[in-house]
Write a protein that binds this ligand. Structure first.
Ligand code: ZN
Ligand code: ZN
Length: 596
């Protein structure tokens, strides 16, 4: 693996995954392997560049990055190399670290494929594997068959499709940094994101920003001096494109204040929305551009718009929130003044899916922080309530009775903390629900015995394994679990997708919506930046079908409670209103709904 002093988060995550893979292939103990995996995931989802954190001496503030990995990263940023890693990589083909990027190819398969096909170098490794699979060479390798050969081809195609897209959280953070820099120039009057970032899509390609100014050239020059700029791709009097050191492309558009509304509208898109808008304008003999609106056959007068609202109003439309601009009925709704009153981050009154550090002896990840720390962040966010939803104890390591005892002990532990906190503190207390995120086993059974529900206020059920069942089996599995107990209220991350990693599973959504409606179950919009699950399109379907949703962060550390807005944006993209979201209710209303 090539390393350097200037690796971005994606490259560092890839490096740590390679270390984990090498350790696994060499038969190292699983805790070391997992530590590297966990650090890789944390870095992939970090909202800041790891190198910046290192600069500030904040490396270990990243959950999952312990002292020893931090030390290796320190060596990397200082010298561009990590001797310990080089030692670990010795004797393994470089190509295998390329192949593990393909979904479905684990370290051991990657190693086997490299050995059997004679692929050694990193360069073109994926291409060579693709060719071998197309030529039917993979099926001849022991342990692989026609089916896995087909899977490999499919997964390579998927890999190419999603390469290089940033998670929304990362893109937003990067945009804010650039915006803060731009605002140092007094000529900059306003900075706004454009394109998919402004529409809050789940993943973002290039970053597009707009600036309102009356001195365009001054602003362009200032932009080009941004310290992170590695290369200037092009520069005009009103626009410029650059590549940053982290490999991301940023495009800037600059416009006078008087026409800024038109620019914002034009470059926010989406393409489909703008096409539909143009069609509507044409019927009225108007033409739209980034500068404003012109009458087609009249005099060449250009109507200019300082705000987007004025632009839309000129066309006889209400202002359309960027999240809705996908040409899926928003223009008609804006004409009839029937746009939804979208839910906002301020509407959220609590978070019902938080993992704590109580050791439930699970095979999944524990949370990193205790209840006290979680409550202090919740207070900071102004919440009325939270729910601790740890994972279930592992079923292979415990008897039913042990699971019941463990969950009983857990309840007593929390009740004690809550009790002493309420006694000792005068400040506003936040209601804590004791919940659990129960694994749905492949056959639809739950990972805890019925008796264990006595120690829960309510429960979430989630799929964490066997993602590749048929649609019919998966539907049966999820529906059975959701209906298994009256205390089960929420289906966690309902599609199981991981952005940039894994597609969601197949499911009969109509049947699920039906069950949710009849039995008053809630579908989660998981706000975790690489989940955003339910996806926006399914949020829309759920809302149309009268299904209620709950927006949760699935935090594994107290500070992660702050990712809530990404879930809200996803819900907004699915046209969800406050009334559609369970955790916009006051505590009293919520307790009634949950029956606790
Ligand atoms: Zn989960
Ligand atoms: Zn969870």
């Amino acid at each position: 693996m090539k390393t350097s002093k200037n690796m971005n988060n994606q490259q560092i995550a890839q490096l740590l995954k390679a270390v984990s893979a090498a350790l696994l292939v060499k038969g190292e103990n699983q805790f070391r392997v997992q530590a590297y995996d966990r650090a890789a995931v944390a870095i992939e989802h970090a909202t800041s560049e790891v190198k910046d954190l290192w600069d500030d001496g904040q490396l270990t503030s990243l959950p999952g990055v312990g002292a020893s990995i931090a030390q290796h990263l320190d060596e990397l940023f200082r010298t561009g190399r990590v001797k310990h890693f080089e030692e670990i990589f010795k004797g393994l083909p470089e190509a295998m670290f390329e192949l593990i990027q393909i979904p479905g190819i684990g370290p051991k398969s990657a190693y086997k494929l490299c050995k059997a096909l004679g692929i050694t170098k990193a360069r073109n490794a994926i291409k060579k594997l693709e060719k071998a699979a197309k030529d039917g060479e993979v099926r001849k390798i022991e342990g692989f068959g026609e089916e896995s050969e087909r899977d490999i081809l499919q997964n390579i195609a998927e890999f190419h499709r999603r390469e290089n897209r940033m998670l929304l959280s990362f893109a937003e953070n990067l945009a804010q940094k650039i915006a803060a820099y731009l605002k140092k120039e007094p000529a900059v009057l306003r900075v706004e994101p454009l394109g998919s970032l402004r529409r809050r899509c789940a993943t973002i390609g290039d970053l597009d920003l707009a600036v309102a100014t009356n001195q365009p050239e001054k602003v362009v020059d200032h932009f080009l001096r941004f310290p992170q700029v590695k290369q200037v791709l092009n520069k005009g009097s009103r626009k410029a494109s650059v590549v940053l050191f982290n490999g991301r492309q940023v495009d800037l558009r600059v416009q006078e204040e008087a026409s800024f509304g038109a620019l914002l509208q034009y470059f926010t898109g989406s393409k489909q929305h703008n096409i539909a808008l143009r069609t509507l304008a044409q019927k009225r003999h108007l033409s739209l551009s980034e500068y404003g609106i012109k009458k087609v056959n009249g005099k060449e007068k250009l109507f200019r718009f300082k705000t987007e609202k004025a632009f839309y109003n000129f066309l006889g439309l209400d202002w359309i929130p960027p999240e809705l601009r996908e040409d899926t009925g928003e223009i008609e709704a804006a004409q009839k003044h029937q746009l939804p009153q979208l839910v906002t981050p301020e509407d959220i009154k609590g978070d019902l899916h938080i993992h704590s550090d109580f050791d439930v002896e699970t095979s999944h990840d524990l949370g990193q922080d205790g209840l006290e720390k979680i409550l202090s962040v919740a207070a900071d966010l102004g919440y009325e309530y939270i729910a601790i939803a740890d994972h279930t104890p592992s079923t292979s390591q415990h008897t039913s009775q042990q699971i019941i005892d463990l969950l009983k002990r857990r309840r007593e532990y929390y009740e004690q903390i809550i009790y002493s906190r309420e006694k000792s503190e005068n400040k506003r207390t936040i209601k804590v629900f004791i919940s659990l995120e129960i694994d749905i086993l492949p056959d639809g059974r739950l990972a805890i015995p019925e008796k264990a529900f006595d120690y829960l206020d309510f429960a979430i059920v989630s799929v964490h394994s066997s993602f590749r069942l048929s649609r019919q089996k998966m539907t049966h599995r999820v529906l059975t679990a959701l209906a298994a107990h009256p205390k089960i209220k929420i289906l966690g991350h309902p599609t199981g997708r991981l952005l940039n990693e894994r597609e969601g599973y197949e499911l009969d959504w109509e049947a699920l919506f039906d069950l949710c409606q009849k039995k008053e179950k809630f579908l989660e919009v998981n706000a975790w930046p690489n989940r955003l699950d339910l996806p926006d399109t399914l949020v829309r379907e759920a809302v149309k079908n009268g299904v209620k949703l709950v927006i949760n962060t699935d935090s594994h550390a107290a500070d992660q409670l702050r990712v809530m807005p990404y879930g809200v944006y996803t819900a907004r993209r699915g046209w969800a209103e406050k009334k559609d979201i369970l955790n916009t209710l006051s505590l009293a209303e919520l307790e009634k709904k949950l029956g606790v």
